[in-house]
Structure formats: structure tokens, C-alpha cells
Design a binder for this molecule. Structure first.
Ligand SMILES: C[S@@+](CC[C@H](N)C(=O)[O-])C[C@H]1O[C@@H](n2cnc3c(N)ncnc32)[C@H](O)[C@@H]1O
Length: 343
């Protein structure tokens, strides 16, 4: 009887979520099984099945998910990637998309497991190397921001290109952001603050693989313990991963650790208030990561109060939004010093 008294819109909305979950599973399987990569030329499900040693009916049904997404089109009995999706077949764009899909699956499966055993609580405590790498590699295109967005911040390009340039990577995880930045700016060396030992170990290996072990160091401390005399030109804080008290204390320390005129970037999850369901899912994600979602105005207000100058929000890119704020060089700097001392 209860089902009859339930609003049918609720049921159809939940059915749509269930359907989207299975479609997402199909997309991830098409990536993980190498089906997307194998579509370097139009091919039938039988041809792909024999190349990849897969059941052709499975290949056909997985590709069937990619058709309504606009990623694949039918040409007779063959399948072809659309021009729009071709960049995601191989290379760095494909790697980032595969990492995002994998990371979503691993994290949501872990949330279900922890909800069932009663251990679900806010905070990033993952130790699964596959999950840590997948989450880290979602930032694998940071070099594009490093090349094209960071130079729009006054003075930052000159700083990053100068000998002795220093980057502070707070909550560095497996060190993808530092690697990307160091590859774009050869003078930069990076300090990665990361309390999670598994992530630090993977990050050190990653630095060695890229020949950056002399330029990227990992420190096993939280940002609350940051040594403020170091002098950085650029710092980055991934807000959703830091609990609110650590974020505020950390942002104060970072302000003191920046060289005058240096910049802080804050990465946050975008919360589109005109899309209630997406906003709610972003809040769940940010809560499980530990920091909770913070609106753009509130974040800028918090940075201003701490004493940063020129705080600004960049337009959202996908699920994320970047904020930038500067350590002032003159009067603002004095104000910052007074405020951070008082904190
Ligand atoms: C998941 S990473 C972000 C992804 C990262 N950019 C990468 O390349 O892997 C965020 C990290 O913040 C770390 N973290 C949480 N609280 C912190 C704190 N107070 N100080 C420094 N790091 C913290 C977590 O351990 C987590 O590894």
C-alpha cells in the first residue's frame, strides 16, 4: 500500500538514478576493457570481441550505452567514435576521463561498504592505491591551467619562471598537481604536504618516474604545522578535503608562508544552486571528502577575512571551481600580518 501513496515522481526520479548508475557502469567497463581504445577505426562488435577476447553481445551492449551519450555512432553493423569523443580514446584526455570514472566507482562502492558497516564519517582516509591514483589522476590536465590560467594572475608567470620558484602543494595526495606544474615550469620546486603515508609513497615514486625527485619533496605533516618562513610563490589548497578548522588555520599559515605578491589557489567543488540534485550530490561528495561544500561568496569572504588580497573566483570547469587570492605587497600585507597574528 505504501507504494501507492508515494509520489510517482519520486519513484521515476529514483528509477532514473538507477538507470544512470548502470549506464555509468557500462561506460566504465567500456574504458576498462579497452573497447574505447580499440575503436581507432570503425569496427563491428564481432571484430572487437575477437580482438579483445570478449563476448560480442557484451561489447554491443556496452557500446549501446555510448551511443545516446554521443560518444559512439552506428555505421551499419559497425561502431565508430564520434569526432567529439575521439580525444578520449587515448592519450592524456582519455587517462583523465578513465581516472574520474574509476575514482567515482571506487569511492561510491567504499561509501556503501562503510555505510553498511557503520563506519561512514566525513574525512578522506582512503588507503587503496588504485583509488588514490585514480583520484589524483583526475587532475592530470592541470598543466593546461598552469599554462593558460595561471599566467592571468598578475606577476605569477614571472615568479614561476624565475630561478628558485617555490610551490606549496597542500594535501598533495599522489603529487599529480606538483608533477604537472614542475613539467610546465622548469625552475619550480615543490613541497608536498600529505599526512596519508600510502599517498606519499605513491607520490615519491611518481616524482622519480618523471625525473623530478630532486624538485618535489613530500612532507608528512598537515598544513596546520606548516613552517611559515619557507617563502612560496604559489600555494594550492584543495578545500573539500580539509575539515573547516584545518582549512582556516591552514590558509592563515599559508598566507604567512607566501612571499609578498605570491598567490594562493583554492580548488573547490562547484555547487550549482539552480540544479538541486547536482548541488546535493556535490555536497555529499564534499562532506565525505571532509571539508563540506562552500559557496563561492562564502569562500571569498573567508579568504578576505584571513587577510588575502584580490580574492577572485574563476568560472566553474566541470565539477570544480578555482579561486585565487594574493598575499599583498604593501598595506594589505600589513593588514594580513596583523590578522594572522591575531588568529
Ligand atoms: C585526495 S588529495 C587531492 C588529490 C591530489 N591533488 C593528488 O594529486 O592526488 C587531498 C589530500 O588532502 C589531504 N589532507 C587532508 N587534511 C589535510 C591537512 N589538514 N593538511 C594537509 N593535507 C590534508 C588528504 O590526506 C588527501 O590525500
Amino acid at each position: 500500500m505504501a507504494a501507492f501513496s508515494t509520489n510517482p515522481d519520486v519513484l521515476s526520479s529514483i528509477a532514473a538514478l538507477s538507470s544512470a548508475t548502470w549506464a555509468y557502469a557500462g561506460l566504465s567497463a567500456a574504458f576498462e576493457l579497452g573497447i574505447v581504445r580499440a575503436l581507432d577505426a570503425p569496427a563491428s562488435a564481432e571484430e572487437l570481441g575477437s580482438r579483445l577476447d570478449l563476448e560480442p553481445t557484451l561489447v554491443a551492449d556496452l557500446l549501446g550505452v555510448l551511443i545516446p551519450l554521443g560518444a559512439v555512432e552506428r555505421r551499419g553493423d559497425r561502431y565508430a567514435l564520434t569526432a567529439e569523443f575521439e580525444p578520449f580514446r587515448s592519450g592524456s584526455m582519455a587517462k583523465v576521463m578513465r581516472a574520474g570514472v574509476r575514482s567515482d566507482h571506487l569511492q561510491t562502492a567504499d561509501a556503501l561498504r562503510r555505510a553498511r558497516d557503520g563506519s561512514l564519517a566525513p574525512g578522506w582516509a582512503h588507503r587503496d592505491p588504485d583509488l588514490l591514483v585514480a583520484q589524483g589522476e583526475t587532475a592530470g590536465l592541470f598543466r593546461l591551467a598552469a599554462k593558460h590560467v595561471l599566467p592571468s594572475l598578475p606577476g605569477l608567470r614571472e615568479r614561476l619562471e624565475a630561478p628558485g620558484a617555490r610551490f606549496l602543494d597542500v594535501g598533495a595526495g599522489v603529487g599529480v598537481l606538483s608533477t604537472e606544474l614542475c613539467l610546465v615550469y622548469p625552475e619550480v620546486s615543490a613541497a608536498c604536504l600529505e599526512p596519508n603515508g600510502t599517498a606519499r609513497g605513491i607520490g615519491r615514486e611518481r616524482a622519480i618516474e618523471h625525473g623530478l625527485e630532486d624538485r618535489i619533496e613530500f612532507l608528512s605533516i598537515g598544513v596546520e604545522e606548516l613552517e611559515t618562513s619557507a617563502g612560496y610563490d604559489l600555494a594550492l589548497i584543495p578545500q573539500p578535503f580539509l575539515d573547516p578548522a584545518s582549512f582556516d588555520a591552514g590558509a592563515r599559515r599559508v598566507l604567512r608562508a607566501l612571499r609578498p605578491g605570491g598567490w594562493l589557489l583554492v580548488l573547490a567543488l562547484d555547487v550549482p544552486e539552480n540544479d538541486e540534485l547536482t548541488a546535493a550530490s556535490q555536497r555529499v561528495r564534499a562532506r565525505l571528502w571532509g571539508g563540506g561544500a562552500v559557496g563561492a561568496d562564502e569562500l571569498i569572504d573567508r579568504l578576505d577575512r584571513i587577510g588575502y588580497a584580490c580574492s577572485r573566483a574563476h568560472p566553474p570547469v566541470g565539477a570544480y571551481r578555482m579561486f585565487a587570492a594574493q598575499r599583498g605587497t604593501g598595506v594589505g600585507d600589513e593588514r594580513a600580518a596583523v590578522q594572522t597574528r591575531a588568529a
